[in-house]
Design a protein around this ligand. Structure first.
Ligand code: AR6
Length: 170
């Protein structure tokens, strides 16, 4: 398993699956969710309507339509509420369940945005540590050593926090 950190726009990536930081309606929104729906085209919303929402920490998969990625894994991160509402475990579930879903669909690569750290207000440093530690844990013992996980930072600070967390956990 390889973890790659990069700064950029997740909608441009040629990977098997990109993860969407969605809301529980799965009917689109702002931030990375808005960018993914704009780039994928209206068929994505049509497929999302059939899914009847998603619970926090869970995920649901669709096709990627006009995106270079084959699939979109829509997950719903927790809204930050001070940290005593189970936010850390729920955020960890988003990463774990999305990786599981990608592996079940024989994906060789998955790219994540920094789930919950925008509109949902999760502190960026804590979120970066959860992302890295969960990805390392959930890919342990995977037979496929070529599986790639890309962490996509939209801003420089997030990129730096990922590099720091990588040093700490690997
Ligand atoms: N590529 C990569 N990362 C991006 C992109 C992009 N094109 N655009 C934004 N980011 P957010 P959340 C980063 O707010 O906090 C939506 O309305 C962004 O800088 O998109 O989980 C949903 O519908 C930040 O680091 O997601 C929900 O209602 C990260 O993606 C709500 O926002 C996540 O920020 C979810 O909030």
């Amino acid at each position: 398993m390889h973890i790659k950190v990069l700064q950029g726009d997740i909608t441009k990536l040629h990977v098997d699956a990109i993860v969407n930081a969605a809301n529980s309606s799965l009917l689109g929104g702002g931030g990375v969710d808005g960018a993914i729906h704009r780039a994928a085209g209206k068929e994505l919303l049509e497929e999302c309507r059939e899914l009847h929402g998603c619970k926090t920490g869970q995920c649901k998969m669709t096709k990627g339509y006009n995106l270079p990625a084959k699939y979109v894994i829509h997950t719903v991160g927790p809204v930050w509420n001070g940290g005593t509402d189970g936010e850390a475990e729920l955020l960890s579930c988003c990463y774990r369940n999305s990786i599981q879903c990608a592996i079940e669909h024989e994906c060789k690569s998955i790219a994540f945005p920094a789930i919950s750290t925008g509109i949902y207000g999760y502190p960026k440093e804590q979120a970066a540590e959860i992302a890295i530690s969960t990805i390392i844990d959930s890919t342990k013992g995977q037979a496929d050593s070529d599986f790639e996980v890309w962490l996509v930072a939209f801003d420089e600070e997030t990129e730096r926090l990922y590099h720091n967390a990588m040093l700490q956990y690997s």
